[in-house]
Design a binder for this molecule. Sequence first.
Ligand code: NAP
Length: 244
Amino acid sequence: MSLLILGGTGEARALSIALQDLPGARVSLAGVTERPAAQGMPARRGGFGGAEGFAAYLRSEGISAVLDATHPFAARMSARSRRVCDQFRIPYRRLLRPAWHPGAEDHWIIVPSPAMAVKFIPPGAVVFLATGGQSVGEYAGLDHATVLIRVIDVPEGDFPFTRGKFLQGRPPYDAEAETALFLREAVTHLICKNAGGAAGQAKLMAARALGVPVVMIARPEGPKDRALETVEAACAWVREGCSP
Ligand code: NAP
């Protein structure tokens, strides 16, 4: 079996390590991170060149199953991969970790888009923008606030907002360190995507502990019928032969 894992998440990395004994298996990374964490199996980097490029890759490499472990917000990649796999009758599953839900002590404002998130930030706020460096351009209009952007690779060039700075970090984070960070930087608001999963949850625990409001961007809608929720379930699907 020639398995292709679509990666870019901690779960994809866990899968590539758990399934590294599988002959012919490989992982694909978008090439967004300069120094990606080591994967357990051979990795290719960079986009495929759209749906046609992806289809050509599947054919030329003889890929027999695709496990899509991209981020829950990588909606274009997931929709496209599913469509192309269906076209070529290649078994496809998506590893989709469950979304987060607010508890009684949380103060969440759930919004459908980055543009809407900006509207809930009052003048003078100190915003922890924990949505990844790539999406910063979607938050135009945050110049009335101080913006802290956490990134894996600090980009060169000017900071994209009038006030604020980059914070360098790589998940997972722990709640204690996140709480200390919120206090040190006097964070008043958190903007984040409903990514789900344990690795990113610490910032929500910090917000809860400190009573910081969370502007939560809801997940993109997508089909859930071929989704698996855990790394263990995804491994089992592969080990049991990748049913269609
Ligand atoms: P996207 O909008 O759904 O996809 C944009 C393009 O990136 C795709 O059309 C594809 O290019 C390329 N791509 C995405 N994932 C790829 C992969 N695993 N291997 C090769 N090419 C890939 O995706 P995105 O939201 O920009 O995310 C890009 C990557 O960052 C993904 O791997 C995702 O898992 C990771 N990531 C995303 C987020 C997020 O918040 N969106 C957070 C953490 C990590 P071609 O059309 O040229 O094939």
